[in-house]
Design a protein around this ligand. Structure first.
Ligand code: CAA
Length: 287
């Protein structure tokens, strides 16, 4: 399939990443089905897109007509079969758990047309393992966006062991069409590139606080004003979702060893359901 053949895109999962990816795809002119497992989740995602498009228009990043047109291109759905029935590309952004993603792909294989390319927004999991649940592992790759997708320019395009060149080129071209800069990741290793760097930073920040060496505000000040990152390590964890960072770490710990052992401070937040901006409380509180 060539880029010109791509007209309809399904985004699976309407959470933090899914709704942002759907927004980016709709702004690029694609018809988008946005699917989640119940009405509430899918409506939340749709409402957040509406809010975000409104903000972008308010700040003159897009005009009102572009905002309205993008929203009209998005169809929120719960029925998976209907969501993927006639799409060219599926971008999957369901929770970062191997079993959940594999279950989705098993269903997808029977519902999506043969031509459809599968791209996963996984932050760390093996593209090869996910692709092997399907019968189209050559037309399966990683397409990893960053939070918030509407603002972050990078997309990691990751080759699994079976991915063919045509699929990688198509997904790179699609990322460019969405106004993103793709970087190809040749090795399907846990955390790919960005999370191999970023998640240990968040974890180490948590260990510093856990051990009583400094508090959250001090660590964040050093991350921002010493390293020059746009957000402190804890602010970033709240932005990304503490659960997301934690699940990535757990996976990397299992695959790569003790250097990635998650700090208990992260586990406590996840257990308490204080996951960051999306729940209103994380390391900081949000309105
Ligand atoms: N859509 C539209 N507007 C949004 C928005 C969205 N999704 N999210 C926030 N905004 C709005 C805010 O409400 C705020 O509006 P007001 O000024 O009216 O209050 C405004 O945007 C802030 O925008 P600014 O440009 O003024 O803010 P900024 O210069 O601080 O940039 C940022 C914001 C781009 C998020 C910046 O802080 C940043 O780059 N942070 C780092 C993010 C990052 O590193 N992400 C990658 C994480 S790793 C990951 O995602 C991968 C993984 O697998 C874990």
């Amino acid at each position: 399939m060539e880029l010109e053949d791509v007209q309809r895109v399904a985004v699976l999962g309407a959470g933090n990443m899914g709704h942002g990816i759907a927004e980016v795809a709709a702004l690029a002119g694609y018809d988008v089905t946005l699917r989640d497992i119940n009405e509430e989740f899918v409506q939340n995602g749709y409402d957040q897109i509406e809010w975000s498009l409104g903000k972008l228009a308010e700040k003159d990043r897009i005009n009102d007509e572009e905002a309205d047109a993008a929203l009209e291109r998005i169809e929120p759905l719960v029925d998976l079969e209907a969501a993927v029935a006639d799409v060219d590309v599926v971008i999957e952004a369901v929770p970062e758990k191997m079993e959940i993603k594999q279950e989705v792909y098993a269903d997808l294989e029977s519902y999506a047309p043969d031509r459809t390319v599968f791209a996963t927004n996984t932050s760390s999991l093996s593209i090869t393992d996910l692709s092997e649940v399907t019968e189209r592992s050559e037309r399966f790759c990683g397409m990893h966006f960053f939070n918030p997708p509407i603002r972050m320019p990078l997309v990691e395009v990751i080759a699994g062991a079976h991915t063919d060149e045509a699929t990688l080129s198509l997904i790179e071209a699609l990322a460019e069409e969405m106004d993103k800069t793709p970087v190809r990741v040749h090795k399907d290793s846990p955390g790919f590139i960005v999370n191999r760097i970023l998640v240990p930073l968040m974890n180490e920040a948590a260990w510093i606080v856990e051990s009583g060496d400094a508090n959250i505000e001090t660590v964040d000040a050093t991350t921002k004003y010493g390293l020059g990152l746009p957000m402190g390590a804890f602010e970033l964890a709240d932005q990304v979702g503490i659960d997301v960072g934690y699940h990535v770490l757990e996976y990397m710990h299992g695959e790569l060893g003790d250097a990635y052992r998650p700090c208990p401070l992260l586990a406590e937040k996840v257990e308490a359901g204080d996951l960051g901006k999306k729940t209103g409380v994380g390391f900081y509180e949000y309105e």
